[in-house]
Design a protein. Structure first.
Lengths: 154, 154
């Protein structure tokens, strides 16, 4: 791989990270106001996306040690954002559910982000706007497919 | 705003988040192996990007309470990833610097991500590859410019 290629790929990495970071700034004030930390918000987002999860599944999704995720879960439970319930099929398993208050926070943050992104989209000529989503869909799809391939071979 | 638009913008938000999440999975094993947590890695990345930072600047970049950032800094200092030094111009100010060990970890993770992204880029026809970076550059630029505008008006 020549140097130009390395630089090229590094820039792709930087730009994906930068877009996510800028987007992430929006809705932050809601979290600060509610006393919700970044790891807590990531846990809420994960529960909204995947539904009720066991602690093992949650720490896997969050890439955290299970002790850290347990501490996180305790705080979120005390704040009324989530609840722990015993699995109806297997009473030994404890699942975590998003509570309405947790869901409201996620929705409020995503809605702020969307308001920001709507402004960003308006920077594009109208006929190009559908292409932005299309590009991002193709990129995410290809990333998922390469990622899945890697998991099988490793 | 009609419902179709809301759905459209929500999908844009989701796809940016999804791409970042998939990319984030790569190089994770390096961090797990070194006992570096996600918030610690984000702090290292920030120090590499912005250079030496005061604790106040660091917690602002990381969107964390300063008590959390101080705890993070203590752990990273003990692990030999960063050092705290007094500012040469103002001895009251303490700055945090990335140490070679911290830098090596960031470089190793970014390099793993780039290896993954190179594979993703190969899913595109060769003539489309430069357009991927171009699209991401334009998106990040427009996001930064709308973000900067918002900060002025608020």
């Amino acid at each position: 791989m020549v140097d130009a290629d390395i630089l090229f790929v590094k820039q792709v990495e930087e730009k994906i990270r930068q877009s996510n970071t800028v987007m992430y700034r929006h809705g932050r004030s809601i979290l600060t106001g509610m006393g919700v930390s970044t790891p807590q918000f990531n846990a809420l987002l994960t529960l909204q996306e995947f539904g009720s999860l066991t602690m093992g599944e949650l720490c896997k999704h969050l890439f955290t040690a299970c002790s850290t995720a347990t501490d996180l879960a305790d705080r979120m439970e005390r704040a009324g954002l989530v609840e722990r319930v015993r699995d109806t099929n297997d009473r030994r398993v404890v699942r975590m559910n998003l509570l309405p208050k947790g869901e409201e926070i996620v929705d409020a943050v995503i809605s702020e982000r969307c308001q920001f992104l709507r402004e960003v989209l308006q920077e594009y000529p109208e006929e190009e706007q559908p292409k932005v989503l299309q590009f991002l869909q193709v990129l995410a799809e290809r990333m998922e497919s390469v990622d899945a391939r890697g998991e099988v071979s490793s």
